[in-house]
Each structure stands twice: as C-alpha cells, then as structure tokens.
Design a protein around this ligand. Structure first.
Ligand SMILES: Cc1cc2nc3c(=O)[nH]c(=O)nc-3n(C[C@H](O)[C@H](O)[C@H](O)COP(=O)(O)OP(=O)(O)OC[C@H]3O[C@@H](n4cnc5c(N)ncnc54)[C@H](O)[C@@H]3O)c2cc1C
Length: 423
C-alpha cells in the first residue's frame, strides 16, 4: 500500500488525511502541534459559500487607499513586508483587471458550489451536530447610505450565482438579531440556511479522533526539509529522523513556502494576518453577523461570541498590532450598542494567493509532491473539497475540470525553478 505523509494538522491537512484514507491509502499526519491549533483554531467559523467574489478586483484597488489611510484601518500593509509581497502584489494587480477578475470570479463560484456540499458531508460524518449550526448568516450595513442603496442589486447578483440571499431593511435585520444596535443600522444581506462552526478547533479534534480510529498514524514533529529520493518517493527530515514516504502532501500553511524554497519553488502565497477577540459579555446571537465595512464577523461560538476578521499583510512572526483588538472591541460596541468585555484575544496567519483561489495539485516534474494551501479567507469552507482534490491527485485519478484553475503551475511559469537534486 502506498505511504502518504500529510504535513500540517490544520483543517486542510485533516480533511486531506480523511479523503486519502477513504481511498485505502496508508496515511501519516505530521505536526508537532495538536490538531487545529493554527489558523484553524481562531477563525470566524463560516462555511461561506456566499463569499463568492475574489479580493483582487478593481473595486478593492479603488477602496484600498481609503481603507489603509484610515485611523482605524481594517486592512493594512506593513511597510517592512512590501518587498516580500512584491511577486504577490504584481499578480494581485493583474488579477484585478476586468477580464481576469471575471475568470477568477467564475472559477471561485464553481469551486464554492462544490465546496459547500463537500463540507456539509464532512461535518455530518462527524456525528456531532452541536459543533455547527444551519441558522444562516447576516451581513449588515451601518451608516453607509450608498452601499445600503445597492442592497437589492447585491442580493440579485448573489442569487444569479445560485446563492440563497435576501436584501433586508433595518427592521427585518433587527427582528432576526434583536441584540443589534438599531442606531445607524440601514439594512443587510441575509443568507438563510448557511452553516457555521460553533467551535472550529473542536471540529478539528473530532475529525482527528475519527481519523486515528480509521488507522491514520501521527508523528508529533516539525518537518525541517523534504527531498526527492533517488528511485522514487520522498525523504522527510524531522527532529533527528529521516522518514521515507511514497508521496507527500504539503498542508503546512504559510510554512509550505520555506519547505518549497529548498526545492527551488517560489510561489506568491503570502501572510495575511487576522485577529479575534472572544467576549465574556453574553449576547443572544442566533447567527454570525458581519459588518462589511470593517471586514469582521461576530460569531456565536459554543463558549461565547467571537469577533473575528480584519486583514494585515505582515510577516507572520511580527509582534501583534494590539490596536486591532481595540478596533474590534470598539466596532463590536458600535454594532451591539453596549460595552463589551473581552475574555481572550488571538492572532492567526492566513495564507493567501493573489487570485483568491487556493493552490492545490501536483508540481510538474516532482512526482509524489502535492500542494494544498493559499486558501486565504476560505480555508474552512474549502477544506473538504481540497481534501477530495488532494486524494484524487495523489491516487492519479482524473480531476474535475474546475481543478485546473487551482494548479500550482499557474504561478510557476518561469518563476525561480531550479534543477532538483535527488539523493
Ligand atoms: C481571523 C480569521 C478568520 C477566518 N475566518 C474564516 C471563516 O469564517 N471561514 C473560512 O472558511 N475561513 C476562515 N479563515 C481562514 C481559515 O482559518 C484558514 O484558511 C484555515 O484555517 C487554514 O487551514 P490550514 O490547515 O491550511 O492552516 P493551519 O490551521 O494554520 O494549519 C497549518 C498547520 O501546519 C503546521 N506546520 C507548519 N509548519 C510545519 C512543519 N514544518 N512541519 C509540520 N507541521 C507544520 C502548523 O503547526 C499548523 O498546525 C479565517 C482566518 C482568520 C485568520
């Protein structure tokens, strides 16, 4: 039986293990952290089938200066990170041109359509319905009258893509979530029936328990290097050991970049940090409420409401910008019209690609190496489908047509490739 190493025990690595094991392959998960402790711990928990527009658009570029040069920015770029972002930035601007945006928009919509179905199947199989809820999601608009005037148009464009969406006035929004502050509330978009996780880490832990029962092995270690082995397969160096596998799946988030660099592969996937503030204040929220203008959601998690989001293009290890937690608190207080008490704060690293699509698939010329990262804001949503694509890739099966848009080769034409040395 072929032996497969999956590096990284976040939601992407776990979903990949699940789909690989379902094909009868011998799977080993490698990570020194316990399952679900990276970005998969602190996200907003949305299965966001409605987030169907890539960030790289003319609209984003137009709004960027206003967002960045704001006293309370929800999007920022650390000047020290601009050099590391150069390849990403060039491709991001290219991806924002009308024709490319349209292509990526179509690709993302097809992807999401399949992803939500796959994600529901994965969650249902955990047999623990208290871990998620199907009570929908709200995105609210406050103060911005121009945006409020476009609500129907926005809802129509979602509906045209087959997404269940309703444009609501302020009174209807308030009726759905009476905790919301009615002062300044202008309306919102409602996505009935959409699912969210009530505890993203518990989902990872539950999934791992199931995988361990199915015979997936685990190595508690950090992979330092990987190299192709003469005669086939891969050698992974971790701790004091070197272990051989027939194939390797890289699901280590942004750390994939460092592992790939030693193979001469450079991909424009960068760090987009996000923050969360967990509240001890009790709020009777039924569903996640997003405030679009500030790029964050208030999600009713199992242990209280979590305010999660914002975007900070910044090196992963830089010290946190503590002002972001203050901003989240202030925006939350405006959203709910009351003083909020935080219980804990968190910072996590998204791994984002310029075209808003993940990087999933084989690297040509490197048999047995499969990549799965670059999921940006949608890693939870896309995880089950990513796992299925990874398993089909490793098993050498035909992939669905939409998988072509995710291939690593789209970024590798002429980029920093060098000969691979086998030992
Ligand atoms: C604030 C915020 C809100 C978000 N909200 C949502 C949302 O509502 N919906 C949604 O779909 N997505 C959301 N996301 C994105 C989502 O959380 C991520 O895309 C997803 O968790 C990525 O999962 P992952 O498994 O790739 O990475 P991670 O969960 O970060 O896991 C990577 C793992 O790799 C391991 N690793 C790293 N290097 C090595 C190595 N060398 N050897 C072995 N292991 C290694 C790490 O220890 C870690 O466990 C949000 C993200 C943030 C930051």
């Amino acid at each position: 039986m072929a032996s497969i190493a999956v590096i990284g025990a976040g939601i992407i690595g776990l979903a990949s293990c699940r789909a690989l094991r379902a094909k009868g392959l011998e799977v080993t998960l490698i990570d020194r952290q316990a399952p679900g402790e990276g970005a998969s711990y602190g996200n907003a928990g949305l299965i966001a089938g409605y987030a169907n527009s890539p960030l790289a658009s003319w609209q984003t570029l137009k709004q960027l200066p206003g967002q960045i040069f704001n006293n309370t920015p929800s999007i920022s770029i650390d000047p020290r990170y601009t050099l590391s972002m150069a390849g990403f930035s060039v491709r991001f601007m290219r991806a924002a041109t009308a024709s490319r945006f349209q292509r990526h928009y179509r690709d993302l919509n097809v992807l999401l359509e399949h992803a939500v179905e796959a994600q529901h199947e994965l969650l249902d199989s955990l047999d623990e319905p208290s871990l998620w809820s199907d009570s929908g999601c709200l995105q609210v608009i406050r103060s911005d009258t121009r945006m409020a005037a476009r609500l129907s148009e926005m809802a129509n464009s979602k509906q045209a893509e087959g997404i269940r969406c309703e444009a609501l006035g302020a009174a209807d929004v308030q009726a759905l979530e009476p905790e919301l502050n009615d002062a300044g509330l202008l309306g919102g978009l409602y996505f009935p029936g959409s699912r969210f996780l009530r505890d993203p880490q518990a989902v990872c832990q539950r999934l791992w328990t199931q995988l361990a029962r199915q015979g997936v092995q685990r190595i508690n270690d950090h992979v330092e290097h990987l190299r192709p082995r003469q005669g086939g397969g891969w050698l992974l160096e971790h701790g004091q050991e070197t272990t051989r596998f027939d194939a390797v799946v890289l699901c280590a988030g942004l750390a994939n970049n460092r592992l790939l660099e030693s193979l001469g592969i450079v991909l424009p996937v960068i760090s987009e940090r996000g923050y969360h503030l967990a509240l001890s204040t009790s709020l009777e929220l039924v569903r996640p409420v997003g405030w679009l203008a500030h790029h964050f959601y208030a999600t009713p998690m199992a242990n209280g409401v979590r305010l999660a989001g914002t975007t900070e293009f910044c090196a992963p290890k830089q010290v946190p910008d503590t002002r972001r937690w203050h901003h989240l608190k202030n925006w939350g207080e405006e959203l709910f019209g009351r003083v909020l008490m935080p219980s804990s704060q968190w910072l996590g690293v998204r791994h984002s690609s310029p075209d808003g699509l993940p990087v999933v698939g084989h690297v040509s010329g490197m048999p047995g190496l499969c990549l799965a990262y670059g999921h940006g804001h949608l890693g939870v949503t896309l995880s089950a489908l990513t796992g299925e694509l990874v398993a089909a890739t490793v098993a050498g099966e035909a992939l669905p047509g939409f998988a072509a848009a995710l291939a690593p080769s789209r970024f590798l034409k002429g980029v920093g490739k060098k000969d691979i040395i086998t030992r």
